[in-house]
Ligand binder design. Structure first.
Ligand SMILES: [Mg+2]
Length: 296
């Protein structure tokens, strides 16, 4: 049985104070919490007030696609100062993980350009492609050729994934010593009003199925990713973190896996869906960050 999530707007002032006193750090998701297409209302105010209550504020996103400039622009529009400096994304976690292992070989990346850039900026050499596969199965033999230089396969959001890349990833992963790491696990990407698209994780799943190997998950809801975000934030006690997100699997899932308190915002998911989830429920919920501003 799961305990019933608490609506923060139903709390008395005393109960709300107790809630505020129960954590020292806020880790917040970005897409669907701080911005959708544009910045969501009063988000800057929310984080300013949270800081005035003595909490530290950090950001944790599964989105490695945005460039630093794009993130900086988004934070600025949301009136959040230096947001990028306090942000953890899968690409940085993957680079950090490999550096931590003193990884010296090359990565085969089925990933977006920004992830490749981040890996390269950390001194990790990557191979990618081909952007287009061949049209005849006989010619696929070239993708079944191993490359001993490859020591890890990284799958992170790749809009140009194709059969050839999947073949190459599967080929390298046949060697058990080749690491299999993944970024964003989102199966669906939500656009609000019930609209959603398939996420790039479907390609990671094909590689996983085909190799019978599970990737090391360096994105939400992976515990390693939560721990990486904690390390970056200088936090040692996960129970003192409130994680704010808009997705059950990714955000609440990360909180549960890492030991954070969780607050689900119902920006993309209706209350009924939250309550109907079979395995994962947040500790708290609210409509939006704006709805909490008057309580702070
Ligand atoms: Mg989100």
């Amino acid at each position: 049985m799961h305990s019933m999530p608490v609506n923060l707007l139903d709390l008395s002032p005393e109960e709300f104070k107790k809630f505020l006193d129960s954590f020292d750090h806020v880790f917040s998701d970005c897409d669907g919490v701080i911005w959708a297409a544009n910045a969501l209302p009063r988000v800057g105010e929310f984080f300013d007030l949270i800081k005035k209550h003595g909490k530290t504020v950090h950001f944790v996103s599964n989105n490695s696609i945005r460039s630093q400039q794009n993130y900086e622009d988004k934070f600025k529009e949301a009136k959040i100062e230096n947001g990028f400096q306090f942000l953890t994304t899968p690409s940085f976690a993957i680079a950090g993980y490999l550096k931590g292992l003193n990884f010296k070989k090359k990565v085969y990346a089925m990933a977006c350009d920004e992830t490749v850039k981040v890996l390269n900026s950390h001194g990790i050499e990557t191979k990618t492609g081909p952007l287009l596969g061949v049209d005849v199965f006989d010619d696929y033999v070239q993708y079944l050729k191993d490359d001993p230089e490859i020591g890890a396969v990284v799958c992170d959001c790749d809009f140009n994934a194709n059969l050839a890349k999947v073949h190459k990833a599967v080929t390298y992963l046949k060697r058990p010593e080749v690491l299999f790491l993944c970024g964003a696990t989102d199966r669906h990407i939500h656009f609000g009003q019930g609209r959603s698209a398939l996420g790039c994780s479907i390609f990671t799943n094909i590689v996983s199925d085909e190799t019978n190997r599970s990737p090391i998950v360096l994105s939400k809801p992976g515990k390693l990713f939560g721990e990486f975000a904690m390390k970056k934030a200088g936090v040692t006690d996960p129970s003192k973190v409130l994680f704010i997100g808009d997705m059950i699997e990714q955000d609440v899932g990360l909180g549960k896996n890492t030991g954070f308190k969780t607050l689900l915002l119902l920006t993309n998911i209706p209350k009924e869906t939250m309550l109907a989830h079979k395995t994962t429920r947040p500790d708290f919920y609210a409509d939006s960050l704006a709805s909490l501003v008057p309580l702070l």
